[in-house]
Design a protein around this ligand. Structure first.
Ligand SMILES: [Zn+2]
Ligand SMILES: [Zn+2]
Length: 229
């Protein structure tokens, strides 16, 4: 099964490896695409999105791996999330993750709901103890909730999975890798999803469908391996 990961960082923001290094490991691990989604906020969005777009073009030239320029809107006040997401998109980011109310950080109350209301957002990253209202709003707007393979961000994976199933919102697994070693493998991906309390049928369904739903919503077509039926 093709491996996807919509949330990774590089030296463009606070990652520890250059985009080419990250992409090389993605290729080795069997990723179907490389999604570079470095942190942006109101002050860095204008500078970093062009860097992310350039990095993706460079990777595409160097290796046989489709790339998708993306961003993680990070530490932006709830009332400014929509502006930064739209700005990132206008500069070339094709997918937008929002750094949600993770317990691994100092969550800003209201951030999950603000992100869930924003139709420029694709993934509500590590949304911590997300409320039913925010999960339901995400579902209505076609935004996927993230199961995180990254340290403290994953503390609430069980809760996030439960809320998504309760309201019928989409779930997606991401690494939030800041170094190549933290990128997903097929085994790791399955383990983290199962560790979130999902049964094998749900794990299979999420792995097979969510990435394609996220890409299709933005009309992103990649030369992908055949979708498992
Ligand atoms: Zn984050
Ligand atoms: Zn991140």
């Amino acid at each position: 099964m093709a491996l996807f990961d919509f949330h990774t960082h590089t030296t463009i923001s606070d990652g520890h490896a250059a985009p080419l290094e990250m992409a090389r490991r993605c290729l080795e691990n069997g990723y179907a695409a490389y999604v570079c989604s470095d942190h942006v906020d109101e002050t860095t969005v204008d500078r970093r999105v062009p860097e992310i777009v350039d990095a993706c073009m460079k990777v595409s030239r160097e290796m046989e791996l489709p790339t998708v320029p993306a961003v993680e809107v990070t530490r932006v006040p709830p009332e400014r999330v929509a502006w930064v997401a739209a700005r990132a998109r206008s500069l070339g980011a094709r997918l937008v993750v929002v750094h949600g109310e993770t317990l691994g950080d100092f969550p800003q109350p209201g951030l999950n709901l603000a992100a869930a209301r924003c139709r420029d957002v694709d993934i509500l990253g590590h949304p911590g103890l997300i409320t039913e209202e925010a999960a339901e709003t995400a579902r209505i707007n076609g935004i996927h909730l993230e199961i995180s393979a990254a340290g403290l961000h994953g503390l609430t994976n069980g809760h996030v999975a439960k809320m998504a199933l309760l309201v019928g919102a989409g779930l997606v697994l991401d690494s939030d890798a800041h170094r190549p070693e933290a990128l997903l493998t097929t085994t790791r991906a399955r383990q983290v999803l199962e560790g979130s309390g999902l049964d094998l049928e749900e794990v299979g369904r999420i792995s097979a469908n969510s990435p394609f739903e996220i890409l299709a919503r933005r009309g992103i077509e990649l030369p992908l391996p055949a979708k498992p039926s």
